[in-house]
Ligand binder design. Structure first.
Ligand code: ADP
Length: 489
């Protein structure tokens, strides 16, 4: 539902205390004022600690530096006409016991009136005593339409544009606040940079913005499906869904895919696949460090999970990569804090099954046997893929991919068939590692590296599959039970 519709419903259903969370105070105020033009003409009062009440000549500057008085002003006004009171930063004062009492008293009087108090706050800080009477909603970041309107406005003020199609520019800015967009556009217009560079700059600004939240990281996309050797079934699955987030797919009636879980042995390309998906689908990649959801004080994990969900939805369509999900959730039922972990897990799973926004989740796990069974149940992920150690043919593909990268002209001189046969039980990561190791050895001797250099490294290398064979075997056994799909053909 659009924010305006949500707020309109709350106002018309006589919700008298509404708490809106945002860092975009000015845009929210404009939105409320625009909405109020018809139903609350000239009856929006706005208060802040420094200036007191504004917008209404009879009350200008009333209740300066006095939040309690700000509430008394409301109490003493005539209740017969509709009015909206915007109280800024009130979460700071709401902790005070006299304010809490005043709000409770006021609430009883306001209940049957058409007066509404809207608290604008940058974070949720509602005392327990007020939780039942205050309705909390979030003000979302601007959507594409709003960004296009803002871009149009900015370009016409500056009588210029940067020669990029507005909708591509709006898509690039999606996930940023209007204030940041304004600053960025003004800077870019005067920079006279080529289009490609402009998009790179915007992407960097977005990275910084998202990093400040400390939960998600914006990941640069530099791998494609062509960089993955083997994993035929997984790649086919992804290729088939390449345009699934397009407008055409939506009007065709295709539901947006929820996400996939990639499980399997370390170094087999799970992370590589997450990165490649966002390139294949041409949508941004956000990485969640799930450990950050859990650290911190009691009760914080759940609100961090909510914040993460909200933030990722602002970036939709996007890929949300959750690395090593088994590490975070394997603790469920094992340790003392399982209460919190269980609650966070269940809110995550509910989101996974019910989410409407186009956030495609790619979760990766090394040890599926530790994962809670409810995560593996049908309807959670679209598919669970098992990534096994590469077979002979796949190993040869992986050698080819990595040799082409470092020796684009002479890669054919290497005996890939021989090396692939030599590297049974090696993972993709270990194959890449052997090439790099061989390069180091040859570089040290001031010559180019050869097939034999790689062969020498391989013969001394002990792959993880040898040292950790029991857990790999149990994973392979588990995968054979048919609960998961093999990522390779
Ligand atoms: P995982 O996430 O499964 O532990 P990664 O995707 O991080 O493994 O693999 C590490 C690196 O190993 C990759 O960045 C890539 O260079 C190489 N690699 C692993 N698997 C493959 C593969 N199937 N094809 C090509 N390269 C691979």
């Amino acid at each position: 539902m659009h924010f305006q519709d949500e707020l309109r419903i709350l106002l018309s259903s006589r919700h008298s205390l509404i708490y809106i969370v945002t860092n975009e105070e000015e845009r929210l105020e404009n939105t409320i004022n625009k909405m109020a033009i018809n139903d609350y003409p000239s009856n929006v009062y706005s208060w802040d600690f420094i200036d007191g009440y504004q917008n209404n000549p009879n009350y200008n500057e009333k209740a300066r530096s006095n939040p309690l008085h700000a509430l008394e002003v409301i109490e003493n006004l005539d209740f017969s006409t509709s009015k909206i009171f915007i109280l800024k930063d009130f979460h700071i004062f709401i902790k005070d016991s006299s304010i809490v009492r005043k709000i409770k008293n006021l609430f009883r009087k306001l209940k049957n009136s058409n007066l509404h108090i809207i608290i604008i706050a940058s974070e949720i800080q509602v005392p327990k005593l007020l939780k039942e009477i205050i309705t909390i909603i979030e003000f979302p970041l601007p959507n594409e339409e709003e960004i296009i309107m803002e871009l149009n406005r900015l370009f016409s003020i500056m009588s210029t544009d940067c020669g990029i199609q507005l909708d591509s520019l709006a898509l690039a800015y999606k996930g940023m606040s209007i204030e940041l967009i304004r600053r960025s556009v003004t800077k870019l217009i005067f920079s006279q940079k080529p289009n490609q560079e402009i998009f790179e700059i915007i992407s960097k600004e977005k990275q910084q913005f998202i990093r400040q939240t400390d939960l998600l990281d914006f990941y640069p996309i530099n791998s494609s499906l062509e960089d993955i050797g083997g994993l035929f079934n997984l790649k086919q699955w992804l290729k088939k869904r390449s345009n699934v987030f397009s407008k055409q797919a939506q009007s065709y009636g295709l539901p947006a895919p929820k996400g996939i879980l990639l499980v399997g042995i370390q170094g087999t390309g799970k992370s590589l696949s997450a990165k490649a998906i966002s390139k294949q689908w041409n949508i941004p990649l956000l990485k969640l460090d799930i450990g950050r959801i859990f650290g911190g004080i009691v009760g914080e994990s759940e609100s961090k999970m909510r914040e993460m969900i909200k933030l990722s939805e602002e970036f939709a369509p996007c890929v949300l990569w959750i690395d090593e999900i088994d590490k975070a959730f394997s603790r469920v039922n094992h340790s003392g804090d399982s209460g919190t972990t269980n609650r966070v897990l269940s809110s995550f799973l509910t989101w996974l099954s019910e989410k409407q926004k186009q956030v495609f989740i790619v979760a990766t796990a090394n040890n599926i046997l530790n994962l809670p069974p409810e995560m593996l149940r049908k309807g959670r992920f679209d598919e669970i893929f098992f990534l096994d150690l590469p077979n002979l043919h796949e190993r040869s593909k992986i050698f080819q991919i990595h040799l082409i990268k470092v020796r684009p002209l002479t890669w054919k001189h290497y005996n890939i068939q021989y090396l692939s046969e030599l590297t049974g039980s090696f993972s993709g990561a270990e194959i890449k590692q052997s090439i790099i190791e061989a390069m180091h050895n040859a570089f040290y001797e001031k010559r180019d590296f050869t097939t034999n250099d790689i062969g020498d490294v391989v013969s001394e290398f002990i792959p993880l599959a040898f040292t950790d064979s029991s857990s790999i075997l149990s994973l392979q056994e588990w995968a054979k039970l048919g609960k998961v799909r093999q990522a390779s053909k």
